[in-house]
Design a protein around this ligand. Structure first.
Ligand code: NAI
Ligand code: SOE
Length: 382
């Protein structure tokens, strides 16, 4: 007889609430985990919307009191899908109640919050996970395999940029533009993904930020509730240069004001033997340059990472060439989380709070470098 499904709760019912709910619904039929999920309770603030949300996505119950989830002895796993300033309080409350926690990225808005979460995780009985979902694009998983098999040799350059354009002056003063809520702007939002991917792909740590620029072009935005102007207190873009433990150089750029770019998450690695490039807007593809190819016919190879036989996660989906999308990255992540909770190996390593804390240290080093106009060694930041 199969075990009773694992009771799950989720806090936050908007963008990520929808993406995660979809993944929780899909993971059973797609992956057939040895122990599946039971979507027990969704918590949010908007009572009217919650009833509809719960019934559309298949949650058994809803609450506007997220703390009641900590008190629900049945719930084993809690998903924190709320703004960055709430990650700390919600995650720690759930860990102290003995739950497993899967929290959205960035781990927190500030390094201090992230450290508290990491400390709580170290003492907790529950496991922790962070939604760095791009790790689970099959093309990224393939890239990591190629790097770890030595196909690139020593990595010399990592070039990462995340270009969006939704943050113009007409975009209202959402929580994402308030430092006390978000911690930072494009930086924590987008560079968090890039730093995580860079660490994930290379298997190396960043050791030094050599310099950084943080710019806020749009200083005031309209408050969505009152219509009155208010201060936008986060960066619109952050660029920084860094070094990896293995000696590779790295450049990172995150912006919400790159006119013409929608979700331009691009990462390229150049090694002594070959190179790789991933572009989220063509996420089924991995570009690979193999330096071993005969010079006469060498060039960048466009690898469509859709083979159920050869590319991680694809066998849960469609036959070769039938591409997957953004939502699958979340379902693939839930499948790996369930593997870990069921005592099995994930297909690709998952970030836990300790891992995401390392990414947060790099983000903080870049902010210090920009603020103080100097290089920052990661050792400076505990
Ligand atoms: P959002 O603004 O769309 O939704 C936030 C949700 O949190 C709303 O449902 C809101 O009602 C709820 N909430 C806020 N305060 C609450 C409280 N006190 N109690 C209960 N619920 C509360 O934000 P979005 O875009 O979903 O972002 C949430 C998190 O997900 C952020 O940390 C963000 O960085 C991350 N994110 C990650 C993405 C990824 O690719 N992994 C994509 C988008 C966001
Ligand atoms: C908006 O900038 C956003 O949704 C981020 O919050 C996500 O983390 C990123 O994956 C896509 O863009």
């Amino acid at each position: 007889m199969s075990p009773a499904p694992l009771p799950l709760a989720m806090i936050g019912q908007a963008f990520m609430g929808r993406a995660h709910s979809n993944a929780f619904r899909q993971v059973g039929p797609a992956f057939g985990p040895s122990r599946g999920l039971r979507m027990k309770t969704v918590a949010g603030r908007d009572k009217a919307a919650l009833t509809d949300f719960a019934s559309r996505y298949g949650w058994e119950a809803w609450t506007d009191d997220w703390r009641s989830i900590a008190a629900d002895a049945e719930v084993e796993l809690v998903d924190v899908a709320t703004p960055n300033d709430l990650h700390r309080e919600m995650s720690i409350a759930m860990l102290e109640a003995g739950k497993h926690v899967i929290c959205e990225k960035p781990l927190a808005g500030t390094l201090e919050d992230a450290r508290a979460m990491c400390d709580a995780a170290a003492k907790a009985t529950g496991a922790t996970f962070v939604w760095f979902n791009y790790r689970r694009c099959p093309a990224i998983a393939l890239a990591r395999q190629l790097v770890s098999e030595g196909r690139l040799g020593a990595i010399r350059h990592v070039r990462a940029r995340y270009l969006q354009s939704w943050g113009g002056p007409d975009t209202p003063l959402l929580w994402r533009f308030k430092e006390e809520r978000a911690g930072s702007g494009a930086h924590g939002d987008l560079n968090a993904h890039l730093v995580d991917l860079a660490r994930f792909l290379t298997g190396e740590e960043l050791t030094r930020v050599h310099g950084a620029i943080a710019e806020t072009f749009i200083k005031q935005r309209r408050d969505p509730a009152t219509g009155a102007p208010g201060d936008s207190t986060v960066d619109d873009c952050v660029l920084f240069l860094a070094s990896f433990s293995g000696g590779a150089t790295a450049s990172f750029e995150a912006t919400r004001l790159a006119t013409g770019h929608h979700n331009g998450n691009v990462i390229e690695l150049n090694g002594e033997l070959g190179s790789l490039r991933f572009e989220l807007e063509d996420m089924n593809v991995l570009w690979f340059f193999d330096g071993d190819d005969a010079a006469r016919e060498s060039g960048w190879r466009r690898v469509l990472a859709t083979s159920p036989e050869h590319h991680p996660y694809v066998d849960a989906w469609w036959p070769d060439g039938h591409i997957i999308g953004y939502e699958h990255t979340f379902t693939n992540q839930v499948a790996d989380v369930l593997r870990v909770l069921n005592g099995e190996e994930p297909l690709q390593p998952l970030a836990d709070f300790a891992d995401a804390y390392e990414t947060q240290r790099v983000l903080e080093a870049a902010l210090v470098a920009a603020r103080e106009g100097r290089a920052v060694d990661l050792e400076e930041l505990a």
